[in-house]
Design a protein around this ligand. Sequence first.
Ligand code: ADP
Ligand code: ADP
Ligand code: ZN
Ligand code: ZN
Length: 849
Amino acid sequence: MSRADVIAVRGARTHNLKGVDVDLPRDSLVVLTGVSGSGKSSLAFDTVFVEGRRRYVESLSGHARRFLDQFERPDVDEVDGLPPTVALDQRGGDPGPRSTVGTLTEIQDSLRLLFSRLGLPHCPKCGLPIRSQTPEQMAASILALPAGTRLLLLAPLVRGRKGAHAEVFQAIRRAGLIRARVDGEVVEIDEPPKLAKTKLHAIDAVVDRLVIRDGVAPRLAESLGLALKLADGLATVAVDSGGTWEDRTMSVHHACPDCGVSIPALEPRGYSFNSPQGACPTCEGLGVVVPDPEAPEEVPCPACHGARLRPEALAARVGGKSIAEVGDLAVDAARAFFDGLTFAEEDDAAVAAPLLREIRGRLRFLADVGLGYLTLARAAGTLSGGELQRARLATQLGSELVGVCYVLDEPTAGLHPSDTDRLLQNLRKLRDLGNSLLIVEHDESIIRAADWLVDVGPGAGPSGGEIVAVGPLERIAESPASLTGRHLRGEGSRARGRSDRLARSSGWLTIEGATVHNLRDIDAKIPLGALTCVTGVSGSGKSTLVFDVLARAFRRRERGDARPAPELGAVAGWDSLIGMVEVDQSPIGRTPRSTPATFTGAFDEIRRVFAKARESRIRGYGPARFSFNARGGRCEVCRGLGKRRVPMRLLPDLFVVCEECRGQRFNRPTLEVLFKEKSIGDVLDMRVDEAIDFFGAQPRVLPGLRSLQDVGVGYLTLGQSGATLSGGEAQRVKLAAHLSRPESGDLLYILDEPTTGLHFADVNRLLGVLDRLADRGNTLVVIEHNLDVIAAADWVLDMGPDAGAQGGRIVAIGPPAQIAASPDSPTGPYLKHVIDATEGDPGHATPDP
Ligand code: ADP
Ligand code: ADP
Ligand code: ZN
Ligand code: ZN
């Protein structure tokens, strides 16, 4: 490779990297592998991407640049040949409460333009189509009535308003007119009826009485002009049809001819729920309201029904659908709708063409990354990390940028093996457009498809940080030093003895007839005291079954909530379960102050150790002195965070190290207390693995730390902010917190893809933890795509067969071997492959359920 074709990294020392020199080929699919904590993200995100971002900021002017010095500068001697970089990670910042799949993918922008330019306005009150007309168009439509038609030309002045309206009659008189139509009766203006003040009235000035015949046009034009002037751009023609009058009101403005509701001309801003011109005034564009502040539960906004826009924007239609109705279509259905959409008028078609091209293209990319089941209106906050990342990937596919370096973090997270091929095709498409891809990934099929592999390791934290092997697949597979290579050669210790938990299970937890989201005819059973995996393509309904049905039903049971919830169906067989532990991928704790050590309780014990130190006893410092969450011992400049937030426009907020404590979080006197020559601040900078050695003689500190190590996050530092953990890491820290407490068993554990971010070598360790929990008598329900975990489960619920409306059923149920043999299960063939590859375990029996 010549240097022109590579991103050349020299002397990278970010985090645990040990002066890494590596050439990453450009315009290629480069995959970084290695155990978690080995330094893959430190190389891809914290070195290559951060350097790319720094160069971008350098090219800006003004506000952002002033902070350039404080911008994280990766610890690297040189990065050569770096194209503009875009990071697509799973944290990727909070998408914000108003963000949806449509806004995220920018499809919403095109929809807004389409609806504001070509939407046919309809009255939000009565649903009638609304058109503005010029006086000439009005006259022409009146003259088109059959000759001999008798009509009244009216100026509508009062419609359904209470009052005596004396001033209205006066105005009519002053205009030189002699008749009015009051509540349907034509009266002489000199003898106006006395109107009841408390009643609703309708008053029109009678401007002219006409019969349609040749030569009437000039008089009609003059009268029409007067009517429009009197009624502010409105005119009503009342046609005599044998004694009854039929009204037709016309407007030069956008206004409902019937209700008079006037509609501002549609414009793109009126279609943005982020703009005051567009946002529903009732919910301010959020789509939900909290009607009862005592019981803060969100309900759909009564005005816009969750569609977030002003009523008049919602009333307009394109192809017979409102923008809200389009938003409620799943991507696949929206594609069919837009493929069939045509415009009769040539002008309209010309306006629509570029917008439709954009919309159709972007919808296709969403389908291509396996998200065809999502609706455009789906709130981004309800997407999983993997879905969010793939939605962002679809946006990039749509942007057709060239010459960009994309850095991705495990794009297969949450993806069923059957969807991985399609994802790969799209990654290749992005490459073939002329982009470079740098992907941190554990999935074997992505690893096998890479143009170039960079294996980082050999171990985690200080035992990692080196390039173990680099090159095409064959070279990694031959490397004796690479754990990834060993696995690729099939030498990994995949085989696991099967447990006899299913045979010992004390009963079944059953779910029948649940109908939440896409679920139908769900008839599921889950063995108590065993490990169950829920599998299926993404969008098939796994999270819905596990979180929105099972967990919700359990919480209702715990609260004693008896309000009817028929969508949950009937859940039974759970009498022996004494509690539920939801271990999801949301951040640990509610603040950035939570860290692995505080969350598992290890830090409480560490503070006690420091309070017992000689210096503490002399000074009278108790454990509270060593808390960074309370006044006393902590640094008050940064309030114990060790860093300060600098808000940035355009870019995410920037954190800079606190100048007072230099990131040590505590004030000077507190830091003077030493235990084994380390201050409390030093201890927070230790990795869990190091801290276990360091506190080896302090038995009370160890359980929390050990369980962190057991779940595979021994490489985290004790003080690492919860906000910097990936979803998978956060989940494992939560799991560790439960492991370290003596618990009785009989708990229901719910986990969401706990292997996210784990290397093959780490998966076995995690399985050990799950086994331990199940062996203690707990019931585990785990959503998982990792075939090694599925193969090791006692029981599998396979959902599908496909996503969204094509999913929501149980397609196969039973022990893994039974799923592998099932002709209906999309997971079966993949699972069979893994089970066959695993050396037979003669001892295990597969009892019939
Ligand atoms: P991987 O991506 O291979 O899982 P990382 O690059 O995230 O590994 O981590 C490599 C090492 O760097 C680990 O020891 C980790 O604890 C450390 N590390 C990661 N992020 C930070 C950070 N923000 N500050 C300090 N150390 C970090
Ligand atoms: P999985 O966990 O298998 O990926 P989900 O349970 O998340 O699947 O989704 C099943 C179906 O329910 C999909 O069509 C999805 O779009 C829909 N769905 C999931 N969550 C929500 C939600 N919060 N609001 C509306 N629809 C949802
Ligand atoms: Zn609303
Ligand atoms: Zn400070």
